[in-house]
Design a protein around this ligand. Structure first.
Ligand code: PMP
Length: 402
């Protein structure tokens, strides 16, 4: 039988089905700034589903910097970094990032996703190995799909498995371990001291994707490697500007030779337009605030400790989270979606996380903190999550009894 694209896309009904049941949780339009409180459908909703860990996305100084950049440079660069799209502002940010991460040089891409596509597809070849934690972010996985090298995954944070897998790889192959610094759904931290030790034993290189570690871990928010004092033992540190740094874009920092190689080989950089002036200026302003106002990071950790304590007291399984990303394991897709909807009706925004973002049995509500949340907001959210959990469990028990 002839197969047509049209038939395939028309057969996709899952989203419609969820809409019909009133539990569709994606693409919820927000008509305000991304802050601790947002407006959805004309209602005020407390935001516990954001990656704006430092609460900077609506900061007046950052907005001013973005406006000034637009006034000076216009709205776009109309080309890639490689050709006409490099501004002095891009170079300024790269130099700042290199200093901040403690590396010789840095290179900015238009998104964090593109960093992983560019770096991983470029650095290893046909006879080489890319080694991933099974919980790594989708952009790392997609980066490996663009690479011709062999891809091997080890069990999440399982160092014996990492060691065993590396032991089987030939001496003469390049080996690059790519790992999230902070795991984006589980909120736990990579075991970097052990990874470094194992990598050194096998002659492997390490790239830490610190999308969720920057602005959160380490002195002045310098990230996971700095947190462990291992900056010099990690070959590459990458990150995004779409979380703590209140903008859009991403970077990789490394030694000068690696950055030079990437500048001339990474297709996701060379064949894509550069970050807009407003986005770059926002990052520079956000980094200044982060470095000069360390109390924000302290507040983020106070909020995290408070929320974590309350969620545990309420009896929730929050896994191995050690960061402002707190998974609330529900382990049932329908109940997770239903809770998301009822919570939003009650003024609380959380994200449902189902397969393939986590294993099918690990369905969770992702609860994330910002430095700007108040204890009252956190207490209100945890109280409501608790009550709604009981309500949804009772509804499921009733349905099963029928
Ligand atoms: N890496 C990780 C670990 C992430 O969580 C994300 C975003 N969710 C990215 C990369 C991609 O970053 P960006 O949003 O800048 O594309």
């Amino acid at each position: 039988m002839r197969k047509k694209l049209h038939d395939k896309v028309n057969a996709y009904k899952a989203a419609d089905e969820a809409r019909r049941m009133g539990v569709y949780p994606y693409f919820r339009p927000i008509s305000s700034a991304q802050d601790t409180e947002v407006i959805i459908d004309n209602n005020r909703v407390l935001m516990f589903g954001s990656n704006s860990y430092l609460g900077l996305t609506n900061h007046p100084k950052i907005k001013e910097a973005a406006q000034a950049a637009i006034a000076k440079y216009g709205t776009g660069c109309a080309g890639s970094r490689f050709l006409n799209g490099t501004l002095d502002l891009h170079i300024e940010l790269e130099e700042k990032l290199a200093r901040f991460t403690g590396k010789e040089a840095a290179l900015i891409f238009s998104t964090g996703f593109q960093v992983n596509l560019g770096v991983l597809a470029t650095l290893t070849g046909r006879n080489d190995y890319l080694i991933l934690d099974e919980a790594d972010h989708a952009s790392i996985i997609d980066g490996t799909r663009l690479s011709f090298s062999k891809v091997i995954k080890y069990r999440h944070n399982d160092m014996a498995d990492l060691d065993a897998k590396l032991s089987k790889m030939p001496e003469e192959s390049i080996k690059l371990i790519a790992v999230d610094g902070v795991f984006s759904m589980e909120g736990d931290i990579a075991k970097l001291p052990e990874i470094v030790q194992i990598a050194e034993k096998h002659g492997a290189s390490i790239m830490v994707d610190d999308a969720h570690g920057l602005g959160v871990l380490g002195p002045k928010g310098a990230g996971t490697a700095a947190h462990f004092g291992l900056t010099d033992h990690v070959d590459m540190i990458s990150g995004t500007f779409s979380k703590s740094l209140a903008s859009l874009g991403g970077f990789v920092a490394a030694d000068r030779a690696t950055i030079e190689f990437l500048k001339h080989h990474a297709r996701a950089l060379i064949f894509s337009a550069s970050m807009t002036p407003a986005s770059v200026a926002s990052v520079i302003a956000a980094m200044d605030i982060m470095e000069n106002e360390p109390e924000r990071i302290k507040q983020l950790w106070d909020n995290t400790a408070h929320a974590s304590k309350l969620l545990k007291q309420a009896g929730f399984d929050t896994g191995h989270s050690e960061t402002p990303i707190i998974p609330i394991y529900i382990r049932n897709n329908e109940q997770t979606f239903l809770m998301t909807r009822i919570l939003q009706e009650q003024g609380i925004f959380v994200n449902p996380v189902v397969s393939p973002a986590v294993a099918p049995q690990d369905t969770l509500l992702r609860f994330s903190l910002m430095a700007t949340h108040t204890y009252e907001q956190i207490e209100e959210a945890v109280g409501k999550i608790s009550a709604v959990y009981k309500q949804v469990k009772a509804m499921s028990a009733e349905t099963q009894a029928i």
